[in-house]
Ligand binder design. Structure first.
Ligand code: ATP
Length: 577
């Protein structure tokens, strides 16, 4: 601030003022006021200049209109690279804190927090998610306000590549599976954008299916339901969707952590099946799907044009397993699709499912086979518990279920069909007081027996042996001691059938006789070739079984439908996607 000018008169004099002196004093007072005003004006000018200067400095620090972070975000290009290390979310630990990492993930949620900060939830795989924070830097780089705005506006389920520093949040982030760490984003590139509106939000996709009434997807779609845009962790807010909506939106259906867990459990069942049988000396083979005759004689076979002829889709690999045994392979198994042209619209049936089939030579008694199948199933149940604990928990959180009970070793439950019926008659619901030993069980009957077995023997897994003759196909051996029943069994999980099997007839004459008894012409197409195999070389006694993989998965988890256990269910109404 400038000093006031010094008045020489004032400076020289002192004491009482004369009239001349008074005039001079008045004049000097006026001057002082003027000077004061001038000084004030100048001070104001200087203040304004300083303000302008500060604003300019701030602007230049921000890059002005220029976005100093423009290379750190935007659509990915063929030359975009992030040098930082890739770390899987499930492997995050304190040793990563402070380090810069890169991650490819889906935007599960994104929101702005004021103009300079945004939060995103990044999901890497299944439900492995982490909170990302992005805040504008004072210098405008590596993160600018524009970049924050862009990240905060990313669409849900977009796929991004980010670079970030790992930090510990002030409090655990409850909404994310990785709750003890967060990512402070310094780069973010959009690999693939989600749509403006998700047809099926992740929240709905990860909830229990609301209705299993599947519509015909070739018909015009009903209005899309369950459009929502919430974090999957805010469950309870989004509505559930029908099976039809799920299946019509395969990407989102499959992104749901529950579906991924089911898929992983399914693959583990397959692996455990092979693993155990390999260990027991079985060899794997591949059976054809295309066959030239409706071999098992049933009407439930799909036919299709095959050049000038007709072909069929195999209803089971039954004959081929037996051909392998005839071909000198002592123990065989195969895993493959099985087709059934049945118009069965139930939660247990599909028109295509995956069969886990095995067949083996019998040395002394067909119970060797039955025991082998028990062992492989118990290996599967034990293996699931050990290897899929996390997946099972995840599924149970959506589809609650009681623990699947398995028998203690050596206490496996094997009832004859007649014993099962007796149990139903004596201890089952009223309507089963008169069930007969000669007729196959209905599904409700099987379920009621399942409940009784659970209560009485503490297991959800058991066998019914010695099925009535009328209930088994022509290749099943009748019990030599009692031809009213067969050397054949079904396996059950939670009161629902998962396997049919038994001893097969390996003597051609016997086979022909049983074919006739069943009203099938032994010389009919497909059948004659089958019978001839047993004539063409001596075939050892053998037996086996066919397990429905979809049902094993569904009933182990107590899912409401087998369609949820299949990757792409095929039903009378559905051939897509
Ligand atoms: P169901 O009486 O339940 O229709 P099924 O007696 O026809 O079955 P099998 O022909 O013995 O069954 O087939 C062996 C196994 O294959 C069954 O125990 C089941 O696990 C599975 N399976 C059979 N049909 C189907 C189907 N349509 N959809 C899914 N799995 C099936």
């Amino acid at each position: 601030m400038s000093e006031l000018p010094i008045d020489p008169a004032t400076q020289a004099s002192s004491g009482t003022a004369t009239p001349v002196e008074g005039e001079a004093a008045a004049q000097s007072k006026k001057g002082a006021k003027k000077a004061e005003a001038k000084a004030k004006k100048e001070a104001e000018k200087a203040r304004k200049a300083a303000e302008r200067e500060a604003a300019a400095a701030a602007k230049s620090a921000d890059g002005g209109n220029e976005d100093l972070a423009k290379d750190n975000y935007g659509d990915i290009t063929s030359t975009t690279r992030i040098a930082a290390d890739k770390v899987q979310l499930k492997k995050f630990s304190d040793e990563h804190v402070g380090k810069t990492v890169k991650l490819r993930a889906w935007i599960q949620n994104a929101r702005m927090q004021g103009a300079k900060m945004a939060f995103v939830e990044l999901r890497e795989v299944r439900n492995w998610s982490i909170q990302g924070v992005i805040a504008a830097s004072a210098e405008g780089t590596p993160v600018s306000k524009q970049m924050v705005k862009w990240v905060g506006a990313l669409r849900l389920e977009s796929y991004v590549l980010v670079e970030a520093t790992v930090r510990k949040p002030l409090e655990p982030v409850k909404s994310c599976r990785v709750s003890d760490y967060e990512l402070h984003l310094t780069k973010c590139y959009l690999i693939s954008s989600g749509p403006e509106v998700l047809p099926l939000g992740l929240n709905a996709a990860n909830r229990a299916i609301a209705s299993f009434e599947d519509e015909d997807p070739s018909q015009p779609a009903a209005p899309t339901e369950a459009v929502e845009s919430l974090s999957i962790t805010e469950s309870g807010v989004a509505p559930s969707a029908s099976l039809s909506t799920h299946l019509n939106n395969p990407a989102m259906h499959k992104r749901a952590p529950v579906q991924q867990a089911i898929a992983d459990i399914r693959m583990t069942v397959r692996k455990l099946f092979s693993e155990y049988l390999d260990w027991r000396g079985f060899v794997q083979f591949e059976a054809p799907c295309l066959i030239g005759a409706a071999s098992e004689g049933g009407s439930n076979v799909f036919s299709l044009p095959y050049f000038e002829k007709q072909a069929y889709l195999a209803q089971s690999p039954q004959f081929y397993k037996q051909f392998e045994i005839a071909g000198g392979r002592k123990r065989v198994y195969c895993i493959g699709p099985v087709f059934r042209a049945e118009n069965s619209n139930t939660p247990r049936h599909m028109t295509e499912f995956t069969g886990l089939d095995l067949e083996m030579e019998i040395e002394d008694h067909y119970h060797e086979v039955l025991e082998m199948i028990e062992c492989v199933m118990l290996h599967i149940f034990r293996g699931l518990k050990e290897r899929c604990h996390e997946e099972i928990e995840l599924v149970r959180a959506i589809y609650p279920a009681e623990e699947f009970l398995v028998p203690e070793p050596g206490k496996e439950v094997r009832l004859t069909f007649a014993e099962g019926q007796k149990l139903l008659r004596e201890e089952g619901p009223e309507e089963y007081r008169n069930v007969s030993d000669d007729e196959d069980m209905s599904t409700p009957q099987e379920k009621a027996l399942g409940a009784l077995v659970r209560k009485k023997f503490g297991t959800d897994f058991y066998v019914l042996d010695k099925f009535p003759e009328s209930a088994r196909p022509f290749y099943t051996l009748e019990d030599p001691a009692n031809p009213k029943v067969t050397n054949a069994y079904d396996f059950f999980m939670r009161g629902q059938e998962i396997l049919s099997g038994g001893q097969r007839i390996h003597v051609p004459e016997l086979l022909e006789a049983r074919l006739r008894k069943k009203g099938i012409d032994p010389t009919s197409p497909g059948i004659r070739d089958y019978v001839d195999v047993f004539r063409s070389a001596g075939v050892p006694p053998h037996g086996g079984g066919g397990i429905g993989l979809d049902r094993v998965v569904a009933w182990y988890l107590n899912l409401p439908s087998v369609h949820l256990a299949s990757y792409y269910p095929r039903t009378p109404k559905r051939l897509t996607p």
